[in-house]
Design a protein around this ligand. Structure first.
Ligand code: PLP
Length: 395
């Protein structure tokens, strides 16, 4: 019999010495299933991707219909491909009017790369400001924005002209000047351990960018598509960014990302030189078909308005003293424990009981909770019971 685990360790690139090593044979709704019939509740949505659960029937149908028509036909930006055109149109319809053009990518990091390029070209400026503790992806441009020295230094030299400010610090906004092309921030810092900024800070940041002519770029790659209780998290703060970056949940489980901007900003890639930003697979028609279905499900099943009550249930079920703090907005949550050992033991115990939770890249003392928005109240109670049991055992 083929040992997939051994082949995984031997033949596929390893990103750490301690992969979780769960073998998944199929997935359905909020559950993952192993080859021996193991069943796991996915409380992290494949890292903020499966906002409508795994393999939603509407998504499967849209994918099948598109497969019957065409898959890849040409590079991005040449042929008129209905799934791309329709999804761009539907996406713009749910965004403020200032957004007029969508560029589809394969991933979040690529959306970050494209956004940085259009911001520099449009403003004619070079400096980009990012936030300490930020995570924006692993390509070299996106990595240049990571507010964590260890990750940047390991791959130096990275992009020049990047500087950092403290997230949610109004004092640090003084660093934004007429030299700044763009300020790139997560709407809520995810990998930092779910740091929610104040609306006052976000308004001041918006004002400072407008005043200096710097573009405000929002990374909504984790927060997008209903996760925080609004379709987009910027809606919580009463501001509109200049450029919006999306990925993860946007594709309904298929690889897709996007950056969205006003048309005059996006148009800088058309000339001098022409084809200033191109991709072979960005906006793959099957991914766009899946994304359209996913957005329809989010809207028609009223998943976003239900987020707040589900989050409140998690909070009341997990109101125990060993959890020092529950940070988050909507179903993007973080349970603060005392140390990594506890986080590690609790998440391993939960996995052994059929519950997948995880931690955050830059905050190893906190547990990651980001279930599909389709999770029911009974499932929340069941999940919280296992988490409480694990915490009672290890904290
Ligand atoms: N931005 C944020 C906030 C993310 O959480 C991530 C991925 O975790 C990215 C960007 C990069 O996205 P991708 O992994 O699709 O390149």
């Amino acid at each position: 019999m083929i040992n997939n685990r051994a082949l995984f360790l031997q033949n596929t690139a390893q990103t750490s010495d301690s992969p979780r090593l769960l073998e998944i044979e199929r997935a359905e709704g909020i559950y993952l299933y192993g080859p021996q019939g193991e069943k796991y509740m996915d409380l992290v949505s494949g890292f903020n991707v499966s906002n409508i659960g795994h393999r939603h029937p509407r998504v499967l149908q849209a994918i099948e219909e598109q497969l019957a028509k065409f898959m890849h036909v040409t590079v991005y930006g040449e042929f008129v491909q209905a799934p791309q055109v329709m999804f761009a149109t539907e996406l713009l319809a749910v965004l403020p009017e200032s957004f007029g053009s969508v560029y589809f990518t394969n991933s979040g990091a690529e959306a970050v790369e494209g956004s940085m390029k259009i911001a520099k070209k449009f403003t004619g400026r070079r400096e980009i400001i990012a936030a300490r503790e930020a995570y924006h992806g692993s390509t070299q441009g996106a990595l240049s924005l990571i507010g964590n020295d260890a990750y940047r230094e390991a791959y130096a030299p990275l992009l020049p002209d990047i500087s950092f400010i403290d997230y949610n610090s109004q004092t640090d906004l003084a660093a934004i000047t007429e030299r700044t092309a763009a300020v790139i921030v997560e709407a809520i810092q995810g990998e930092a351990g779910v740091r929610v900024p104040t609306a006052t800070y976000m308004k001041a940041l918006r004002e400072k960018c407008t005043e200096t002519g710097a573009l405000l770029i929002f990374d909504e790659i984790q927060t997008g598509f209903g996760r925080t209780g609004k379709l987009f998290a910027f809606e919580h703060f009463g501001i509109v960014p200049d450029i919006l970056m999306l990925a993860k949940g946007i594709g309904g489980g298929m690889p897709l990302g996007a950056f969205v901007a006003p048309k005059e900003i996006m148009d800088v890639i058309k000339a001098n030189p022409m084809l200033g930003h191109i991709t072979t697979f960005g906006g793959h028609p099957v991914s766009c078909a899946s994304a359209r279905a996913s957005l329809q499900v989010i809207q028609e099943e009223n998943l976003v308005p239900a987020v707040e009550a589900k989050a409140a249930l998690f909070r009341s079920e997990l109101a125990i003293p060993q959890i020092r703090e529950i940070r988050g907005l909507g179903l993007m949550m973080c349970l603060q424990l005392d140390n990594f050992d506890q986080v590690y033991q609790v998440s391993n115990y939960c996995a052994s009981k059929g519950l997948i939770i995880d931690w955050y890249l830059h905050c190893e003392t906190a547990l990651r909770i980001a279930p599909p928005l389709t999770i029911t109240e009974d499932e929340i109670r069941e999940a919280c019971k296992i988490i409480r049991e694990a915490i009672a055992k290890f904290c």
